[in-house]
Design a protein around this ligand. Structure first.
Ligand code: DX5
Ligand code: ZN
Length: 228
């Protein structure tokens, strides 16, 4: 039996005036981890949140807090996010010059380590560190904003990353992030993604958070049927 996909609501699309409530609602609806997008206005054009938000959310949920650092030289802030209560820290391969050292440091802090790749970054960029990585995060939009359209040309790379993970260290997570909805989720799952990060498709749906998560989960059945 194939393992269940995991759903990681991205709070960037949540109502910030009711952030705690929305995270609790996502947890009650069966979310598997909470995805927190940290942006510095340098690596990406937008500025969002820092360790103080992670610390506040740590008090409202038991779900793993998955911190996606879209910042330059992320190694400067690993300790601060670990102290705030992060469980997973993901850094961009494009932003960390000494990536092996950064990943080793995340593990030394007792956290899981992720590496993210922008849409134009080839899978080869993670080959030499793949054994040190718990999660690969394939960006399916250019990072910076919620609500962008899925970039279809990233699909072959998702497949290649899954093959690389299978060859090295099967069972590790391959997450996709950006423009994920029930339809694009099917495409990503078919290529081997097992974690769906979604903002718009969870927090901004008129059907509500619970139904939106259910619909994303349904993508796994559709993908399985298509490949059968
Ligand atoms: C994009 C962020 C994403 C974003 C996804 O820069 O890394 O996590 O919130 O949002 P949606 O699912 O709305 O594309
Ligand atoms: Zn993200």
């Amino acid at each position: 039996m194939e393992r269940e996909i995991e759903i990681a609501p991205s709070i960037l699309a949540a109502d910030f005036a009711r952030l705690g409530e929305q995270v609790k609602e996502a947890e009650a609806a069966g979310a598997d981890r909470i995805h927190i997008d940290v942006m510095d206005g340098m690596f990406v054009p937008n500025i969002t949140m820092g360790p103080v938000v992670v610390k506040a959310l740590r008090k409202v949920t038991d779900l793993p807090l998955d911190v996606h650092l879209m910042i330059e030289r992320p190694e400067r802030y690993l300790e601060a996010f670990a102290e705030a209560g992060a469980d997973i820290i993901t850094v961009h391969v494009e932003a960390s010059v000494h990536l092996h050292r950064t990943l080793t440091e995340i593990h030394r802090l007792g956290l899981k380590a992720g590496v993210a790749l922008n849409p134009h970054t080839p899978p080869e960029m993670v080959r030499e560190v793949i054994e040190y990585v718990d999660v690969i995060l394939a960006m399916t939009v250019n990072p910076g904003f919620s609500g962008q359209s899925f970039i279809h040309s990233t699909l072959p790379k998702i497949g290649e990353l899954r093959r690389m993970l299978n060859a090295c260290c099967g069972g590790r997570d391959l997450a996709v992030d950006g423009g994920i909805d029930p339809a694009t989720a099917v495409l990503a799952i078919s290529r081997g993604a097992n974690v769906l990060v979604a903002g718009d498709a969870i927090f901004r749906r008129s059907v509500g958070i619970a139904r939106a998560i259910q619909e994303l989960r349904g993508a796994q059945r559709i993908a399985a049927r298509q490949t059968a």
